[in-house]
Design a binder for this molecule. Sequence first.
Ligand SMILES: [Fe+2]
Length: 376
Amino acid sequence: MLIKNVTATATGLIVLWADQSTMTFSWFWLMDHSNDPQSVNSQTLQRNVDTFSIPLDIAADSAQLDAAATLVQINWPNQQITTISCLRLCQVAGKTLDDEQLSETGSKTFWLADNMPETLPSISYHEVMQSEQGVLNWLENIDTYGFSIVTQTVATEQATIALAERIAAAQTTIFGTYWPLSSEVKHHDDSAYTTDFLAPHTDACYYYNAAGLQMFNCMEFDGSGGESVLVDGFAIARRIQAERPDLYEILSRVAVPGHYKETAVHLAAERPTFRLDRRGELEQVSFNNYDRSPFILEAGEQSQFYQAYAEFNRHSMNQDNWIKIALRPGTALIFNNWRCLHGRMGYSGKRNFFGCYHDRADYQSRMRTLQQTLSL
Ligand SMILES: [Fe+2]
């Protein structure tokens, strides 16, 4: 029982939490957030409340907490009655997890040189293909570490698609829905389609809806070099926040533009290197110096920005912070493109991958529903 008591006042409802702290909810907010069956569709979670017809100065006549402390009934003028669940009050107050936060939040493992994972997170193709629990284990690996290896894959395009679709339909971009990745691909001029070293970066800084996940399955390798490189961008952000909060502030405020151009395509988007959510928590790291487009800041801020940007680059280029994975046929790699930067060592010979992106909301939806059904 997280709520001990409620008190109706002229301006709102005072909630006394079990820890003896209090919080006041305005009457307007309480009517807007009613979650009784008339106010919210319990199946779809769609709202029926007409926010814009509620008077800004609305006040309730009275309110009562039920005996089990599960809901608060609010009695409005004109005999209107609504209820709001105590769980909802607790969630918005941060007293318990929000319905839409993934339940493993808080157990993420951020890794840099001084605390690398002892073993790389990995799961077999068969486990993912054969059970829903396997899919959840895979997604939880990705959520915890920012990436996962898949072993014993089949090196075909169909098997790659089947694996990807255990999560969700792939995200379509200008590169297609599923795409080959090799220096033999000639219809895109992007640096990804070369044999050159690629410094760690996130993909799609030129899309507002940058891929949530990126996956490659190795189809063929006959050469040398070409290891995939991963860096934990969230771990870098946390390090910068701890050591140089002034630089963290600049990187979370200054929007950096990105662009991509080829025949009949000219994409452009922008966001800060560290994009924060409405709670002020880090939501997305975006860093791709290859795709950055021209922009200028006021002189003082520009020099601070370049200092902060260089500090990020110093960590991301530090090879002690890298995980290097030599993908060979039978192995796939999937990673969170909002958290991990990826790069590639230069190579010679043949290196053919087949891959795709997933939208972040799609993979989180899959994880949320699996957690709801399998964690009972
Ligand atoms: Fe990339």
